[in-house]
Design a protein around this ligand. Structure first.
Ligand SMILES: Cc1cc2nc3c(=O)[nH]c(=O)nc-3n(C[C@H](O)[C@H](O)[C@H](O)COP(=O)(O)O)c2cc1C
Length: 189
């Protein structure tokens, strides 16, 4: 398979966007982003996530009041929920943490898709699950776990878009072959 360096560039350039212009996000753009979530890898291909797509400005404003992690004013929200009825139907006896891993894979796909169609996006988990459930009229089987905020990014407004990526050294992240308590794994990168 031919390599695609564009993917690596997109991954490197993606930033959490928090501040947005007034221009609206369209339904088609929301669907493009959610479509990308569908292609994300999912444990056992179980697909127990549900995506609540919100464009209504009043609902977004209300959600913002219960979301300390939302700094700016997004024009669209995708609230990723877990469907516990579907989890129960699977008869799955393993750790539930696997479903949160799936939320992560879907979220990164959505963030990259938003970037690819010219939107800015960011993940948000700092919100009141109870209040968001009420505002979205969610049945008890659906729990909101993460939201992706979307909009047209304010150019160079956010500290994150202009700052260089936090300089985590690759050498601090990577352990080659096996753990060792001496510095044998420090390769200087
Ligand atoms: C699970 C998760 C939860 C996050 N929650 C929030 C949040 O509530 N509010 C926020 O502004 N950013 C949130 N972020 C964004 C991170 O702060 C951001 O990804 C990190 O600072 C790295 O910046 P970058 O994405 O621009 O590389 C969250 C990210 C992840 C992965």
């Amino acid at each position: 398979m031919a390599g695609d360096r564009d993917v690596l560039t997109a991954i490197r350039q993606r930033r959490a966007v928090r501040h947005f212009e007034d221009a609206p996000v369209t339904r088609d753009q929301m669907l493009d982003v959610i479509r990308a979530a569908r292609w994300a890898p999912a444990a056992g291909n179980k697909r127990v996530q549900r995506y609540v797509a919100v464009l209504d400005p009043t609902t977004i404003r209300l959600i913002r009041t219960v979301t300390p992690g939302m700094a700016g004013h997004p024009k669209g929200l995708i609230v990723v929920c877990l469907d516990w009825e579907r989890v129960a139907a699977l008869g799955y006896g393993g750790s539930r943490s696997i479903f949160y891993v799936d939320i992560g894979t879907a979220t990164e796909n959505m963030l990259l898709a938003a970037q690819a169609i010219g939107l800015g996006a960011g993940p948000v988990t700092s919100f009141s699950k109870e209040a968001v459930s009420v505002l979205l009229r969610l049945p008890s089987r659906l729990t909101p776990e993460l939201m992706v905020i979307l909009g047209h990014p304010v150019p160079r407004r956010t500290e994150h878009q202009s700052r260089p990526r936090t300089p985590t050294r690759l050498g601090d992240l990577v352990i080659w072959e096996h753990f060792s308590s001496d510095r044998a794994n420090d390769h200087g990168y």
